[in-house]
Design a protein around this ligand. Structure first.
Ligand code: M6R
Length: 624
């Protein structure tokens, strides 16, 4: 949550900070602000609302210097307001801080600082940080107050002392009027990336915000801090040990984070799904033999013999991908799989150990609960495999093994192409494991691999045949208060994702049910005209689904079925049918989710919602 940016060089900082903040707006967007060293003082501007409001405020009043920091906020402590927006400053206004994360012991620190004469303006936890830096810059506790000589040149040391007192998670950037030639940053459990330029350096919470300026980045690790000047970046541990960091050369072009002619990122990213599938498959399958290889990931015979169970841990959409993964792995490898929400897993005294493989799934690789789940599993001796979209993310770095999804940067808060790439990765993993465990015959593997390779064309075909129709349905049902999604087996897992997507972006109450459960309570909610999406691609339970559809039709629901091409029966029972290409039922989630994503998108547009930045949400949930 929250996005941090920084710039130090010889250009005007304000426009660069604003441009980069806009690229991070998906991380939080209830207020924003910046601080720029202009001549001999630090100028702070901040405003509640979207970055556009800050921009408006800056017209004719832009700070003019060439070093600054900025922030876009997703409120945790203190409601969204001008005062609670970052940057925050100490009493003198000489030290400014932007912060992503939560300072858990801020009340205790605030009390202590107040006892030493500091006064506070905001309701935030962050505000203790500039006061702490000021306190330690001026000598800190133990010295007689007020009459210490100022420790010029010690900003880095003051920040080091301040973060030593702070508990919780943080990525921070600090500037001081006394040392305007530097920005000091530190990271603990919240991402922070340094971008390297020529005679200029940058800072951001996420790589995409830097791509317009540089492809050379340093990913700070937990427990590291850095001092950025125009001419260089020096990294050290919180204890002051110098660290030699690798410089990564990021291959993404800036075009990947532009809308490319689409009205919203969400629609663009849905349309990028065929490419996300191709890129995730690239180099991993052998079409001739049907074998799958996953870069550096190998399970040796000894480990396989000991492997009793797989635990999948994730949040939100990634959790829904995990639900599909469970069925895929169990079917292909005959190894039991449990799927748990990361926020539950971490506090559940989980039964994982050396005989359990834990798979964490995360688009961003920074989700706090998922990361905590990963650490919990590792602490219990479980090997952890991460499926993530972000190279160098915390999850990728802390896991034992990684399967990268190659969906490219996902900017819309609603996850779409990343979900599809996660599914494809889980198919690859399932086939690999099935073959290694001897549960999947070579000819079955080959047939599945051949079908998986066709998925991008099928998705393209779905856009061509159904996008307009789905848009019309969405317009028709946009004013409905409730929408239901029903299915069995894998169709139920996809229903959950369809329902999350709809509620998240259109704010329509949407619920997913295992179709067989309707009569145990939910049927009471089915009344005349209520739209029900019924997924019918799981052929082993097809007849059962028809009965469930009849149950809702008997209550006069309006049923939109998703069925295989060639299914002539379904059209006689329901109001509308969306046909998807006939594939192995194991693979249908990749196809059936597409109309549901489009429906959510067009319903949100029809309702005038801010599709890419839904209310109260943020892209990367780096707080608990
Ligand atoms: O980055 P992650 O995949 O770990 O994020 C997990 C969830 O926060 C995320 O999938 C969320 O549910 C999406 N907004 C759903 O569209």
């Amino acid at each position: 949550m929250c996005g941090i940016v920084g710039y130090i060089g010889d250009k005007q900082a304000t426009p660069i900070l604003l441009e980069n903040l806009k690229k991070l707006e998906y991380r939080g967007y209830d207020s924003s602000g910046l601080a720029v060293y202009d001549r001999d003082r630090i100028e702070v501007r901040k405003a509640e609302g979207r970055i556009a409001r800050l921009e408006e405020m800056l017209k004719g009043d832009e700070p003019g210097g060439s070093a600054g920091i900025g922030h876009t906020r997703w409120a945790t402590h203190g409601r969204p307001s001008d005062i609670n927006a970052h940057p925050h400053a100490d009493c003198s206004g000489e030290f400014v801080v932007v912060h992503n994360g939560i300072i858990e012991n801020y009340l205790e620190l605030k009390e202590w600082l107040e006892s030493r004469g500091h006064t506070f303006k905001s309701e935030t936890d962050t505000e203790v940080l500039p006061h702490l830096v000021e306190e330690f810059y001026r000598g800190g506790p133990g010295d007689s107050e007020g009459d210490d000589p100022v420790n010029d040149g010690e900003l880095e040391a003051a920040v080091r002392e301040a973060i030593g007192r702070a508990q919780g998670s943080f990525a921070i950037a600090v500037m001081s009027q006394r040392e305007p030639d530097r920005i000091v940053v530190a990271r603990k459990n919240s991402p922070l990336i340094v971008g390297l330029g020529d005679g200029e350096n940058f800072l951001a919470s996420d790589i995409p915000a830097l791509l317009a300026w540089t492809n050379r980045v340093i990913v700070l690790d937990d427990g590291e801090m850095a001092v950025l000047t125009r001419d260089g970046v020096r990294v050290s541990t919180f204890d002051g040990e110098p660290v030699a960091k690798d410089v990564l050369d990021v291959k993404w072009g800036p075009g990947l984070i532009e809308k490319g002619g689409y009205e919203h990122f969400m629609l663009k990213e849905i349309h990028e799904e065929p490419r996300a599938i191709r890129d995730t498959l690239a180099g991993r399958i052998n079409g001739r033999t049907g074998e799958v290889s996953l870069e550096d990931f190998e399970l040796d015979d000894d480990y396989l013999r000991r492997l009793k169970k797989i635990a999948i841990v994730a949040c939100g959409t990634a959790y829904h991908a995990g639900l599909v993964g469970k069925k895929v792995i169990e079917r292909l490898a005959r190894i039991p799989v449990e799927v748990e929400l990361a926020s539950e897993f971490r506090y559940s005294d989980p039964m994982v150990g050396p005989d359990v493989l834990t798979i964490v799934i995360s688009q961003s690789g920074e989700t706090a609960d998922t990361l905590a789940g990963l650490r919990e599993a590792r602490a219990r001796g479980s090997r952890v495999l991460a499926i993530t979209n972000v190279v160098g993310s915390s999850v990728a770095r802390e896991a034992d093994d990684v399967i990268h999804t190659w969906a490219g940067p996902e900017i819309a808060v609603a996850s779409t192409k990343a979900y599809v790439a996660q599914l494809v990765s889980l198919y690859l993993f399932g086939i690999y494991l099935g073959r290694r465990a001897g549960a999947l015959k070579p000819e079955d593997s080959k047939r599945l691999v051949e079908e998986i390779r066709q998925l991008p064309q099928h998705v393209d075909m779905l856009f061509g045949r159904h996008e307009e129709r789905v848009r019309d349905f969405a317009r028709e049902f946009a004013r409905c208060e409730d929408v239901f999604f029903i299915g069995r087996g894998l169709d139920y897992a996809v229903s959950m994702e369809g329902s999350l997507k709809l509620k998240e972006v259109s704010y329509i109450r949407a619920e997913a049910y295992a179709a067989g459960e309707l009569k145990h309570g939910t049927l009471a909610l089915i009344v005349q005209g209520v739209p029900v999406f019924a997924l019918t691609t799981q052929l082993d339970v097809y007849e059962k689904m028809l009965s469930n559809i009849k149950e809702v039709k008997a209550r006069d629901a309006t049923v939109i079925a998703l069925a295989f091409e060639g299914d002539e029966t379904i059209g006689k029972l329901v109001d509308y049918v969306i046909h998807i290409p006939k594939v192995d039922p194991l693979l249908t989630p990749v196809l059936s989710v597409v109309p549901l994503q489009l429906f959510a998108y067009y319903a949100a547009v029809a309702r005038g919602c801010d599709v890419d930045k839904p209310r109260n949400l943020a892209k990367s949930v780096t707080v608990e």
